[in-house]
Design a protein around this ligand. Structure first.
Ligand SMILES: [Zn+2]
Length: 436
């Protein structure tokens, strides 16, 4: 398996599992970038994963010096290991106008691989060959222009090429250590690439400019091809009896980012902490960072909660009304529906209890941040999202199933059915615990 949340915090294998890998839970450092002029002797580029990193450049020669090693960097991704299970990728991105070069490096994650000792040893050996684990496609550098000008900003596709280079590393390093592991009844693989790339590009599919739409489709096709080629290699190596490929959701373009906690601060309910998020020890109500639409009043049953039931209900009602009435430029609310704790639809003015769930428009991305300035509506950061399924078919989960005696079929259903489907393929050998 290479899936998030596979292992417990103390590294215990789940019941029935023979080998599990976990890459996403222990990030040691975020991605980083450093712009350097044409000649620079030694520029420190430290962070938690690379405390001693130094970059130097003499015209065309750019080098990373770290731990008494010198590594030449260029316009390709270079793996740099620090120790087993911890490493990262570096690339130089030149600016043709200024002659400057930006050195970009990936985040660094400490991977865990747990199971039979020979299987773990083999996986670690292959990990060494494919390169350090990379957990996401570095969309932040795509969005802020570090990879070059985006298609959305008039770019020529070079920035998307870099984004897809990163996506390929994600695919290779998430699956490579296990691609020919043969000793399992059931293998689970998680690949974030289609999700990552879709968030950046799917919004362009609604563009009025046909050339942009065509270029965006080409990027999406290459993202799917990456996943498809990885699937092909895995199938060729492992020869499974059956394969289920599943998305857990689709993607729809968004027009705005919406910050419910800003509306709550204006209503006197939310207070920011030092991280620019709602302070759950001091706010009467807040929009929960899980991003599920949950709004909570700070009732006494919560850890650190201080409102009695009556006060909490008043705070919740004020909160829901404040969020629903924070309309955009066209006078439209972000919220299409309010649900009480039992999932019943309620009117904002009659909300009771101490929590409610808001259902947002599918073209709005609600974000729990609470920055300094007071505008609840913002330009979208990413081009597409999937927070609320309002019936838009683009948000439906899709899956493909193929096995001997059964031709490949593409289905478009609730992803909650997949566990039952897999169980039927395994003739009931799997105990499904919990729900989706
Ligand atoms: Zn997503």
């Amino acid at each position: 398996m290479h899936a998030p949340w596979t292992l417990t915090a103390d590294g215990v294998l789940p019941p029935g599992a023979v080998l599990a890998a976990d890459g996403l839970n222990d990030r040691v450092a975020r991605e980083g970038a450093l712009e350097i002029p044409e000649v620079c002797s030694e520029t420190p580029f430290p962070d938690a994963a690379s405390p001693g990193a130094v970059i130097r450049r003499n015209r065309d020669v750019v080098e990373l010096v770290e731990r008494s090693e010198t590594i030449r960097l260029g316009q390709f991704w270079t793996p740099v290991w620090r120790e087993q299970g911890l490493g990262r990728w570096y690339r130089a991105i030149p600016d043709p106008d200024t002659g400057a070069v930006t050195i970009v490096r990936s985040g660094a994650w400490r991977t865990r691989i747990v199971g039979a000792s020979d299987a773990v040893r083999d996986a670690r050996r292959r990990e060494r060959t494919v390169g350090p684990f990379l957990g996401e496609s570095m969309g932040s550098f795509y969005r802020n222009g570090t990879f070059g000008r985006r298609l959305a900003d008039g770019g020529d596709g070079a920035a998307e090429d870099v984004l897809l280079e990163v996506a390929e590393i994600v695919v290779r390093t998430m699956t490579g250590p296990f691609v020919d592991y043969l000793d399992a009844d059931l293998g689970l693989w998680y690949l974030p690439v289609v999700d990552d790339i879709s968030h950046e590009v799917v919004g362009l599919l609604d563009s009025d400019d046909p050339a942009t739409v065509e270029a965006a489709w080409a990027v999406m096709a290459r993202a799917y091809e990456l996943v498809d080629s990885c699937l092909g290699e895995t199938i060729a190596a492992q020869r499974p009896d059956g394969v289920v490929v599943s998305a857990d959701h689709g993607m729809a373009p968004i027009r705005s980012t919406f910050l419910p906690n800003v509306a709550l601060r204006s209503a006197g309910l939310a207070i920011a902490d030092e991280h620019g998020e709602a302070d759950t020890g001091a706010s009467d109500a807040w929009y929960h960072e899980a991003g599920t639409g949950l709004v909570l009043a700070n009732a006494r049953h919560l850890e650190g909660g201080y409102l009695d039931t009556a006060a909490a209900t008043r705070a919740l009602r004020t909160a829901v009304e404040a969020i629903c009435s924070a309309t955009d430029e066209e006078g439209r609310s972000a919220v299409i529906m309010v649900l009480d704790a039992d999932g019943n639809i309620v009117e904002p003015a009659t909300v009771s209890g101490v929590e409610a769930t808001l259902v947002f428009r599918s073209d709005v991305l609600p974000v729990a941040d609470l920055p300094v300035d007071d505008r609840p509506w913002r330009e979208p950061r990413r081009s597409a999202a999937h927070v609320t399924n309002d019936g838009d078919t683009r948000l439906a989960a899709t899956y493909v199933i193929a096995s001997p005696g059964r031709s490949a079929r593409c289905l478009d259903r609730d992803n909650g059915e997949i566990a039952g489907l897999v169980n039927a393929m395994l003739e009931g050998k799997v105990t499904v615990c919990g729900s989706r």
